[in-house]
Design a protein around this ligand. Structure first.
Ligand SMILES: Cc1cc2nc3c(=O)[nH]c(=O)nc-3n(C[C@H](O)[C@H](O)[C@H](O)COP(=O)(O)OP(=O)(O)OC[C@H]3O[C@@H](n4cnc5c(N)ncnc54)[C@H](O)[C@@H]3O)c2cc1C
Length: 124
């Protein structure tokens, strides 16, 4: 990671993570990196699933590749969040360690042993 930049890592590309990451990207200066982490390549807008079920939406209209977010200045890291260390603001993602200055956790599910995604809080 570039040591000169402040790094914000957002875990989880559900509605919560996506909104948080996008809002942070808009508000923060370009000296901050905003990294969005999820295991899935596509963002699925879950509230539209009932419309898909009854044929009022097509699958392509309720999902989009995460890679598209890079156009908006967000960095995307695909992988499994295996461990979160909130005190050190450090996350293990598919065997790689990500160090953050700020950590936003919206992954919600259990992550690794004894480390719960929903309990992680960050901030300097
Ligand atoms: C039919 C339907 C209608 C809904 N309507 C509404 C509504 O009207 N209003 C509302 O507020 N909400 C609604 N929701 C819920 C909404 O879609 C979100 O699921 C909810 O707000 C929670 O969002 P979230 O971002 O916190 O978590 P999630 O949506 O659960 O996203 C978590 C993300 O974290 C990722 N993740 C989890 N664990 C890991 C891991 N270990 N490693 C890597 N990635 C991981 C997942 O892949 C996922 O992308 C609805 C949901 C459904 C299905």
């Amino acid at each position: 990671m570039d040591a000169a930049k402040t790094v914000v890592v957002v875990l989880g590309d559900g509605v919560g993570g996506l909104v948080a990451a996008s809002a942070l990207r808009r508000r923060l200066p370009c000296t901050h990196r905003v990294v969005l982490v999820d295991r899935k390549r596509e963002h699925l807008y879950a509230p539209s699933l009932p419309w898909l079920m009854v044929g009022l939406r097509k699958a392509v209209s309720i999902q989009q590749p995460l890679a598209r977010l890079q156009r908006k200045g967000l960095q995307v890291r695909l992988g499994e969040v295996e461990k979160i260390d909130p005190e050190a603001r450090r996350v293990a993602v598919s065997g790689e360690i990500l160090d953050a200055d700020y950590l936003v956790c919206r992954a919600r599910r259990r992550v690794g042993r004894g480390s719960r995604a929903g309990s992680a809080r960050g901030g300097a």
